[in-house]
Design a protein around this ligand. Structure first.
Ligand code: NAD
Length: 484
């Protein structure tokens, strides 16, 4: 049996810290269901210690020059890259995602974020605003203490996407990973510390909602950035709003992917595979409503079926495996219940649909056809490997149907007609649109949702606006002109 026990559950003020009075948190390897580590949720004493450490350390961190802060982040990025294999193996134990994926998508994208924001931090400035004689200058200031709360699908990437811009702007961050995947964020903290980050600037506290909630409501916390589901987002947003805190909400989706009759079929099928089955379908921006023009439905499905024949399920630590288990028994069971609903509501099970016997939380990649917009599987986020194929006839019709969702995270369009592609993405209600590809999220590009899918943007220069605030300083150059 593999054991991946970290030095301790939490990383506080520059060191691993344990308090076994906290609720035990067994960590299961999703491919076998075996317990590979046991951590403990943070006690109120540890939460207090982390907040105090952050508050004590943050002013000096903010007072460094951007170049000095950036140097540390970029050094951390280099360590991430040097240790990519080891970090990828850990990510695979934590999440069950195939090593084939984690080697190229997790520590590497975390490193990209650290490098990008580490490079940006030296050029974060205010501006000079001339007003005739008087003038104004603005100062870009840190917010103070930010709390990051993560989902379980990309534990390293989520920690880095939040920490890198927060730290670049001079904030401290306390990060609470998902209780399902608590291991990777500890490595992020350890590596940042090794790179020279002062103690207390990036800390990790473990636990479920009962550790997240008091962090969100603590008056010493200035900002909350959550990656999670819409129901959790509504709770956390409301709690933060009561104290007028800044928020970033990266929430769920039910994104449409539209395949027009002139699309390159192999690219469209490839996009649908990426947008439904990568990470075993556990990706927020997945294009799970695949609208295929009725005239190419059969050829699309034929090619999809052929390519699904190349799925290799098995131990995700084996680099030949390209489809891993779901993260937990609970998530597998939620997915299976949606598959049952799809069948009960009259969709055709075209491929897969079953849990795989034996150890671990495996489920087959699943495709439904004859799906209609009203069906539960076409409306609700499943967060598992379930693709819904729907058909359409007209451009205006498919735009209206694609937009008829409370969600608005992403959308994709496949067509050879670039004029149409731009016209359609212009009309789609989504934070990120893809033309002739799907689910690429480089750090240079703003990422986030509209409607219920979220508030704010991660990555790119846009993230700076969400981790800093402007102070305007009005400078009078003449006498004060008062009415009396
Ligand atoms: P979740 O909402 O159950 O949990 C998210 C995090 O919130 C966890 O760390 C959890 O412990 C914490 N939490 C729960 N209740 C809380 C409370 N009251 N106060 C503070 N924290 C609380 O989500 P999940 O199941 O971990 O992740 C799956 C969801 O995340 C999906 O909906 C998916 O679409 C979404 N997601 C979104 C993005 C994005 O960038 N938009 C990325 C990945 C995942």
């Amino acid at each position: 049996m593999t054991v991946i026990q970290p030095a301790a559950s939490h990383f506080i003020n520059g060191a691993y810290v344990e308090d076994t009075r906290g609720t035990p948190m067994p960590v299961l390897y999703p491919a076998t269901g075996e317990t590979i580590a046991t951590l403990h949720a943070a006690t109120p004493q540890l939460i207090e210690k982390a907040i105090e450490s952050a508050k004590a350390a943050q002013p000096a961190w903010a007072a460094l020059s951007g170049t000095e802060r950036g140097r540390i982040l970029r050094r951390a990025a280099d360590i991430f890259r040097a240790r990519n294999h080891e970090l990828s193996v850990l990510e695979t134990y934590d999440t069950g995602k195939p090593l084939q994926e984690t080697l190229v998508a997790d520590a590497t994208s975390g490193a990209d974020a650290l490098e990008y924001f580490g490079s940006l931090s030296s050029s974060l400035t205010g501006e000079y605003i001339p007003l005739g004689g008087d003038w104004v200058y603005t100062i870009r200031e840190a917010l103070g203490l930010c709390v990051g709360i993560g989902a379980w699908n990309y534990p390293t990437q989520i920690a880095c996407w939040k920490a890198a811009p927060a730290l670049a702007c001079g904030n401290a961050m306390i990060f609470k990973p998902s209780e399902v995947t608590p291991l990777c964020a500890l490595k992020v903290a350890e590596i940042l510390s090794e790179a020279g980050l002062p103690d207390g600037i990036f800390q990790v506290l473990q636990g479920a909602g009962e550790v997240g909630a008091p962090l969100v409501t603590d008056p010493r916390v200035d900002k909350v950035s959550l990656t999670g589901s819409v129901p959790t987002g509504k709770k956390v947003y409301a709690a933060a709003a009561a104290q007028m805190k800044h928020v970033t909400m990266e929430l769920g989706g039910k994104s449409p992917m539209v395949v027009f009759e002139d699309a390159n079929i192999d690219d469209a099928v490839g996009g649908a595979i990426l947008g439904n089955f990568y990470s075993t379908g556990q990706v927020c921006s997945n294009g799970t409503r695949v609208y295929v023009h009725a005239s190419i439905r059969d050829v699309f499905l034929k090619r999809l079926k052929e390519r699904l024949g190349a799925v290799v399920m098995g131990d995700p630590q084996d680099e030949a495996v390209n489809f891993g288990p779901m993260v937990s028994a609970a998530q597998r069971d939620i997915t299976l219940s949606y598959i049952a609903k799809g069948q009960a509501e009259g969709a055709t099970l075209f491929h897969g649909g079953k849990a795989v016997d034996g150890k671990g939380f495996f489920i087959e990649p699943t495709v439904f056809t004859d799906v209609t917009d009203e069906m539960t599987i076409a409306r609700e986020e499943i967060f598992g490997p379930v693709m819904c194929v729907l058909t359409f006839e007209e451009e205006a019709e498919v735009i209206a149907r694609a937009n008829a969702s409370d969600y608005g995270l992403a959308a994709g369009v496949f067509t050879a007609d670039l004029t149409r592609a731009h016209r359609v993405v212009g009309a789609l209600e989504a934070g990120t649109c893809f033309i002739n590809t799907y689910n690429l999220a480089p750090v240079e590009v703003p990422f986030g949702g509209v409607k219920s899918s979220g508030v704010g943007r991660e990555n790119s220069k846009a993230a700076i606006e969400h981790y800093s605030q402007l102070k305007s300083v009005y400078v009078a150059m003449g006498p004060v002109d008062a009415p009396f």
